[in-house]
Design a protein around this ligand. Structure first.
Ligand SMILES: NC(=O)c1ccc[n+]([C@@H]2O[C@H](COP(=O)([O-])OP(=O)(O)OC[C@H]3O[C@@H](n4cnc5c(N)ncnc54)[C@H](OP(=O)(O)O)[C@@H]3O)[C@@H](O)[C@H]2O)c1
Length: 313
């Protein structure tokens, strides 16, 4: 090790990344590993990461539902990313997410972590789905922890491998004629995965102090579109002719069943996601545009990028 390397490792900030085996976390890991910070990943299954993480990346095996393992992972951390959810768990995901976030927040406070960064979901109002309400609750737990928290809220994230995008892909690719339920008219505000990653990384350039306050930023691309528009755009770029016929009534149960039939890999999680499709997920508060120099790309561009990159994930 050279003297300057020794100096760097003594002064380098340590960033903690949770969810590094997940869709967003695994992509953020690649970005962080190119940055100047030391990266420590908190994962339940270290073996799932050891062959993909850089040699310098530290991997700590922790289950957030077992808080006794957390203090070690939090040592010396300045910024901690929270990119975890329990949707794939067979149990009560809202309960598990509440416990995991509470354990994480408490350990971060006790360890003197300076900032938490969380990516949650857009959507507001009294009739939020269980999934979106739980995402909202996790944000509240983190923001009320006493550790300054930056919460980003996003709608559907467009990228190859993103669960919601893969559901759209399965439906459009498998069904030449689709009887579409009411939710296909719900408005969302798609954002490309690369733009989401830009926001998550940009936070590291924002100065933070002990007096920094928690903030919420709603992020989305420039296009407000319905899920039907998104499916039509996907079909157009794939060169597929698709007929979408609206049916006035299709209950969430039938809708989930239908989705499960055509997107078998996502059947269990899909049911939780499809309940969220009734909620509009659009940006109302535009303060992210003032706070960050990021200008997210439009829906067509985002879809094209996802299709171009699909063989590289
Ligand atoms: N993907 C989207 O379209 C989208 C849109 C808007 C917002 N978001 C938000 O982005 C965040 C990340 O989502 P994602 O799509 O990347 O999720 P994901 O692919 O399902 O990944 C979830 C991660 O959480 C980890 N995890 C779950 N329970 C854990 C526990 N008890 N202890 C430690 N780790 C645990 C999983 O680890 P294992 O590998 O061990 O299971 C996995 O790495 C979420 O907050 C989500 O709400 C995503």
């Amino acid at each position: 090790m050279t003297r300057s390397q020794e100096f760097n490792s003594a002064t380098q900030e340590t960033v903690l990344l949770t969810g590094a085996t997940g869709y967003i976390g695994s992509r953020l890991l690649r970005r962080l590993e190119h940055g100047p910070q030391k990266v420590r990943c908190l994962v339940r299954r270290p073996e799932a990461l050891s062959s993909v993480a850089a040699l310098e990346t530290e991997i700590v095996g922790v289950d957030l539902l077992q808080p006794e393992t957390l203090p070690y992972a939090m040592r010396g951390v300045s910024t901690a990313y929270y990119l975890v959810h329990s949707m794939a768990s067979g149990g009560d995901f809202a309960l598990e997410d509440r416990k995991a976030a509470t354990n994480f927040a408490q350990a971060a406070l006790e360890a003197g972590v300076q900032r938490i960064v969380y990516l949650g979901g857009l959507g507001a109002g009294r009739y939020l789905s269980g999934h979106l309400a739980s995402r909202r609750e996790v944000g509240e737990i983190l923001r009320n922890s006493g550790v300054p928290t930056i919460e980003f809220r996003a709608s559907i994230i467009i990228g190859s491998g993103s669960l919601s995008f893969e559901m759209i892909r399965s439906l459009v690719e498998k069904l030449p004629v689709m009887l579409t339920p009411k939710w296909v008219h719900t408005k969302c505000q798609p954002i490309a995965i690369d733009d989401v990653l830009d926001y998550l990384v940009a936070v590291l350039d924002v100065a933070h102090t002990a007096s920094s306050r928690s903030q919420v930023f709603e992020i989305g691309g420039p296009d407000r579109a319905s899920y039907r528009d998104l499916m039509a755009e996907f079909a157009r770029q794939r060169g597929l002719k698709r007929l979408l016929i609206s049916v006035p009534v299709l209950s969430p149960q039938l809708s989930s069943l239908w989705l499960g039939l055509f997107t078998p890999v996502y059947a269990r999680i899909g049911r939780k996601l499809v309940e969220s499709l009734r909620n509009e997920t659009v940006v109302v508060d535009k303060s992210a545009m003032e706070a960050f120099p990021i200008r997210p790309r439009g829906m067509a561009d985002a879809v094209q990028r996802a299709l171009d990159n699909e063989d590289r994930v």
